[in-house]
Design a protein around this ligand. Structure first.
Ligand SMILES: Cc1cc2nc3c(=O)[nH]c(=O)nc-3n(C[C@H](O)[C@H](O)[C@H](O)COP(=O)(O)O)c2cc1C
Length: 152
C-alpha cells in the first residue's frame, strides 16, 4: 500500500527532523525536508501530509507557519492534495500551542492527525505511525497521480 509522504520543516533546533527520522525508521514512510529547495520545487504527486512546528514568538500578529511551509503551500494543487497535518509545539506557548497546525487545519478543512511537543517521545512516534497507517488505508484507492476529491 502507498504510504502517504510526510513533508516536514525543521528549524535550526532540529527537533522535528529528529521526529521525522524516527518516523521513517518505524515503518519506512517517506519523509521530505521542505528546507531543501528540490523538495519544494514540485507538487506532491498525490495525497500528502504536512508536519510543521509553530513559530509565534509570543506576538499575536506574527505568522505561525514557517516561511518554507507557506511557500510550499502557495500552489493550489499542493494545497488540494494535502490530506492531514501533524504539529509539533511547546505547551509553554499557552494559547498559541500548536497555533500553526490548528490554524492551517481551520482554513484548509484538513484534520490535525497528531500533535506532540518538541521532538516527541518514542510513544509519540509509535502513535503517529499508527494513525498515519490508518490514513494510508483511507487514501489507498487514490493516486498517486490523482488528488483526493476535497469537494471544491
Ligand atoms: C521563537 C519560537 C517561537 C515558538 N512559538 C511557538 C508557538 O507559538 N506555539 C507552539 O506550540 N510552539 C512554539 N514554539 C516551539 C516550537 O514549535 C517547537 O519547539 C518545535 O518542536 C520546534 O521544532 P524545530 O526545532 O524542528 O523547528 C516556538 C519556538 C521558538 C524557538
Amino acid at each position: 500500500m502507498r504510504q502517504l509522504p510526510v513533508y516536514y520543516y525543521s528549524s535550526v533546533s532540529n527537533l522535528i527532523r529528529r521526529f521525522a527520522t524516527h518516523l521513517t525508521a518505524a515503518d519506512g514512510r517517506p519523509v521530505l525536508d521542505l528546507s531543501e529547495r528540490e523538495n519544494r520545487a514540485n507538487e506532491p504527486v498525490g495525497p500528502w501530509v504536512l508536519l510543521t512546528p509553530s513559530y509565534k514568538a509570543g506576538n499575536d500578529a506574527h505568522a505561525t507557519l514557517p516561511a518554507p511551509v507557506r511557500s510550499f503551500l502557495r500552489s493550489p494543487i499542493t494545497r488540494r492534495r494535502l490530506v492531514g497535518i501533524i504539529g509539533s509545539g511547546n505547551r509553554n506557548f499557552g494559547e498559541h500551542y500548536q497555533a500553526a497546525a490548528r490554524e492551517l487545519s481551520r482554513v484548509s478543512g484538513r484534520p490535525v492527525i497528531f500533535e506532540f511537543e518538541l521532538a516527541g517521545t518514542p510513544e509519540d512516534v509509535a502513535e503517529c505511525a499508527r494513525r498515519l497507517a490508518a490514513f494510508d488505508e483511507r487514501f489507498a484507492g487514490i493516486g498517486p497521480e490523482v488528488a483526493p476529491d476535497d469537494g471544491k
